[in-house]
Design a protein. Structure first.
Lengths: 107, 119
C-alpha cells in the first residue's frame, strides 16, 4: 500500500497569514494527488484534484503543486472559514490512501 | 447537482452486521463509481472499497475482504455497504462518495452514517 505522510500534523496561524502543508507519498503517484478540507461533524470536501486543479467554487487562495512523491497545499491570506483539517489522498492505485491530516487552528 | 443521502445512525453489538444505504440524485449509478470510506473518531479517512470501471467489478480494501459487501440497486440509484462480524474498532462514521472519472478524486460525499459498536 502507498503510505501518505502529511506534515505538520497541526499548525496555528493568524487570519491573513499564508500556510503550506506538505504531503509525501511512499512511492511515485505521478500527479494523482487530491486535497480535502474537513470541518467538525462534516464530510470531507474536495478542494484540489490532480495535484493542482481547483474544484469548482474553491477560492483561488488555495494552491496545490508537486509531482511524483512530494506535494504541497498552500493557502494564502487565510480566512476564518479556512480553519479546518486538511487531508491529502492518492488515487494512483488502490487501496486509495489518505494522509493522517493537518489540523489548522486559528492563533 | 449531485446529492448523496445516507441512512441514519446505527448501534450494533459485536458480531452483528450493519447495512448502510446511500441514495444518489443528480446522476445515475451507471454514470459514476461509488466508493465507501470510513472515519474512526479522531482519525483520518480510510478507503473501504468501490466500483472499478476498468475491471467492471467492485474492489475491496484487503483489510475488509470477507467482511464487507458493496451492492447497488440501479433501479433506485441506491448503493449499499454491509459490514459483518462487527468489532468495537468498527465504530466510525461511514461515508459514500462518488468518483466521476476513473483515477479521479472523490467528488461528492454523503453526510455520513455513524455506526457504533457497543455491547
Amino acid at each position: 500500500d502507498i503510505q501518505m505522510t502529511q506534515s505538520p500534523s497541526s499548525l496555528s496561524a493568524f487570519v491573513g497569514d499564508s500556510v503550506t502543508i506538505t504531503c509525501r507519498a511512499s512511492q511515485s503517484i505521478a500527479t494523482y494527488l487530491n486535497w480535502y478540507q474537513q470541518k467538525p461533524g462534516k464530510a470531507p470536501n474536495l478542494l484540489i484534484y490532480a495535484t493542482s486543479t481547483l474544484q469548482s467554487g474553491v477560492p483561488s487562495r488555495f494552491r496545490g503543486s508537486g509531482s511524483e512523491t512530494d506535494f504541497t497545499l498552500t493557502i494564502s491570506t487565510l480566512q476564518p472559514e479556512d480553519f479546518a483539517t486538511y487531508y491529502c489522498q492518492q488515487t494512483y492505485t488502490t487501496p486509495y490512501t489518505f494522509g493522517q491530516g493537518t489540523r489548522l487552528e486559528i492563533k | 447537482q449531485v446529492q448523496l443521502v445516507q441512512s441514519g445512525a446505527e448501534v450494533k453489538k459485536p458480531g452483528a452486521s450493519v447495512r448502510v444505504s446511500c441514495k444518489l440524485s443528480g446522476y445515475t449509478l451507471t454514470e459514476l463509481s461509488m466508493h465507501w470510506v470510513r472515519q474512526a473518531p479522531g482519525k483520518g479517512p480510510e478507503w473501504m472499497g468501490g466500483f472499478d470501471p476498468a475491471d467492471d467489478d467492485t474492489i475491496y480494501a484487503q483489510k475488509f475482504q470477507g467482511r464487507v459487501t458493496m451492492t447497488e440497486d440501479t433501479s433506485t440509484d441506491t448503493a449499499y455497504m454491509e459490514l459483518s462480524s462487527l468489532r468495537f474498532e468498527d465504530t466510525a462514521v461511514y461515508y459514500c462518495a462518488t468518483v466521476l472519472l476513473f483515477g479521479g478524486p472523490f467528488d461528492y460525499w454523503g453526510q455520513g452514517t455513524l455506526v457504533t459498536v457497543s455491547s
